[in-house]
Design a protein around this ligand. Structure first.
Ligand SMILES: [Zn+2]
Length: 92
């Protein structure tokens, strides 16, 4: 059968099986190596206040959160895009 991707969209290699995680948005079960990882910084201080504090020389710590998305949610949120056939990586 024809294969769309050599890796099946995963980074598993030849290891057989991998753990599963839940999508942060829809909750579907995705293989850990297929899930799209998105890290973002969340600041607890309002942007306008943060600007003032930074001007006064304050260090504002921000938490880093990791979110794992299934492929369809990652496409929906624009974290990954559908590439045209000509833009896809050459596989050999
Ligand atoms: Zn999802």
């Amino acid at each position: 059968m024809t294969k769309k991707r050599k890796s099946g969209g995963r980074s598993k290699g030849g290891k057989g099986s991998s753990d599963h995680v839940q999508c942060s948005n829809c909750g579907t079960i995705v293989p850990k190596d297929k899930a799209k990882r998105v890290t973002s910084r969340i600041s607890l201080v309002e942007p306008s206040l943060a600007r003032e504090l930074r001007a006064a020389g304050t260090y504002i710590a921000a938490q880093t959160t990791l979110k794992l998305y299934c492929v369809s949610c990652a496409v929906h949120f624009g974290h990954v895009k559908v590439r045209a056939k000509s833009e896809r990586r050459r596989k050999y």
